[in-house]
Design a protein around this ligand. Sequence first.
Ligand code: SF4
Ligand code: SF4
Length: 325
Amino acid sequence: MVKREKSVYEPPAHQLALFPEISGNSLNGFGEREVRRPTPIFWHYGKVELPHRALQDYYLKQFDDKPELLDFQNKYGGRGDSTSPDKPDQPTRDSVENWVRAVKEHALAHEGDLVGIARVKPEWVFEGYEVSEPWIIMVGVAMDHAELAKAPSIESPKEVMAQYNRGTRVARSVANFIQSHGYHARPHGGPAAGPLLLIPAAIEAGLGELGKHGSMINREFGSSFRLAGVLTDLPVIADAPDIFGADDFCTNCQICTTACPPDAIKREKNPVRGVEKWYVDFDKCIPYFNDTQGCGICIGACPWSTPGRAPRIAEKMTARRESRG
Ligand code: SF4
Ligand code: SF4
């Protein structure tokens, strides 16, 4: 039998013309063995230097004739209360254990599905940004997999934006709760980038492992969730990473690499800013991502994302890890 070659998506000339001289993979530190701070590359607004800004502007321009996405911040329940409550002169005194419990209970009672805490590392902070807060409270919100799996149709980015709004509402609510007790808190929700990378923070906070598709895999929701975070000086304790075998599973799985139209997902791990990890080729992914308003085929196709499957695979992979000792 003759094996049919996968037909790989070729970026259109109008997008190729928008690429700068420098590769997005170089900016991302692909192949670099030294740890360094990330360079802003996409989803940064304002005065931040962004060689790929023309590609980002092209992406955002696509929203103009998509009523489902245009002005998404004011749709799908909005983004919550952005006004900070009055801060008392004296912060409320309590034990770190009680603050951890209170802040997590608050997140889960105010639309959050996952919550964990990490100590901020300088190598997560984008060049040109400052973060002085010692802690980040990471929040996850589940996506409707049935909508996500419709990628690359408009239903998928619509669901993504709805969940980014929900994540932002959770982060703002948690920040307001912390501020009302006299501590500092800075919320952030996507899709725009904040001052630091959220994925490494979420991994440290125990929300899951990095998948081959460059997104996270959680033991309950698979890749079907989005992140938000709250930087704070509230006295808390960091959680531990949750290692349940997703990384091992990815080593022997090629579903996302095969499903990705521009063949952007690397099959092996590579050094990226000093860490050996799974990596998505930015220059290959972004034209397809742009023309589909966010793509998401890889996370929709990931077997961990099918509702009900992730806990079963996690159990099997954990048993396998334990039997290896
Ligand atoms: S599709 Fe397979 S290889 Fe890709 S992230 Fe999911 S489990 Fe890993
Ligand atoms: S978002 Fe789409 S183009 Fe980008 S890596 Fe995933 S499947 Fe490939």
